[in-house]
Design a protein around this ligand. Sequence first.
Ligand code: AOF
Ligand code: ZN
Length: 363
Amino acid sequence: MTTHFQWMRRALHLASKGRGFTSPNPMVGAVLVKNHHIIGEGYHEKFGGPHAEVMALRQAGVKAKDATMYVTLEPCSHQGKTPPCAPQVIKAGVSRVYISMTDPNPLVNQNGIRMLENAGVKVYTGLLEKEARDLNRGFISLMEKKRPWLTLKMAQTADGYIADLSGKSQWITSPPAREFVMSQRALHDGIMVGLGTVLKDNPGLLPAKRDAYIPWRIILAGTLMMPDSLKILTDDYTQRTMILTCENPEPERLKFLTDRGLKILTIPADSTGKVSIPKVLEVLGEQGITSVYCEGGGQIAGTLIREGLCDEIQLFVAPKVLGQGLPVFGGFAKNLDQAVRLKWEDIQRIGPDLLVRGRLDSC
Ligand code: AOF
Ligand code: ZN
């Protein structure tokens, strides 16, 4: 017999099909079950579209009466771009609702659950909650911290360098590790790098599969003066590219880049004259970007670590020794007492390289 966990797993799987298309809203899936059979199911397919619960209710029609709903997020109680779901669940006569996680949206925040309970619907929360929170870590971060979830990826030699003295970093890690990185890109709304990395490596910053959703390419740049032949300015994905710059852009240059399809945003500078990273994350949140995969360089990585702005660290360590080069994190600590503390959570081999995953000890 199919268990509650299995039905919720199905709802989570459906939810994940919306990846890339729902932001800044969450990915949500719903399954309606009666007499051990699915009578309706659905997921939030795209931002502004019908919610998962409504999709499942529509499919079930009158059969929804006395059914059990498995939904990965608390049904909403507010009028947004679409009408509230909780009253529709009640009206359809659903008798029990299993919910993975409550909605961190202050407009909902357990009101949906209260509505259901007040109408006599039996509500159970917390089924596969960890999985649901993980799926929607971007949405949760944006709701709670007003900034996107940030994964910081760095690739270093065994002795902690991200590039040789000439700045060359292609390639420190092996093809399997680079494939893994491409698959990680697809799990985020945006991929962020500094202009220095773009100038040195001329990267494409694309996911492995290009047939569906393409994350934003986000470039932090002190200046808009860069070679016009760069991949990010010439390939088919310029419409998915944004440059965040702190200077007052020169109008002609701005027009040239926007004509090529790029989005240019200006951000205040920090005390060192560079784009302020906390402000960058705030602006990206306002742009509806819920998660960012930051691929360097060292200065940005150092700032993110120092300011406590990253949620996951993915550190690739290649079995190579350079002896000298550019350090993985832009310097900030003068001695061990000033070191930022991390927590390693996992380690795995990818081809010849190691992937160490961790987070800031303070988070
Ligand atoms: C979704 N999809 O399946 C569910 C959501 O403006 P609206 O009407 O689309 O409402 C968005 C809010 O609704 C969202 O922030 C979340 O709190 C709640 N639930 N949203 O986009 C869904 N169930
Ligand atoms: Zn809803």
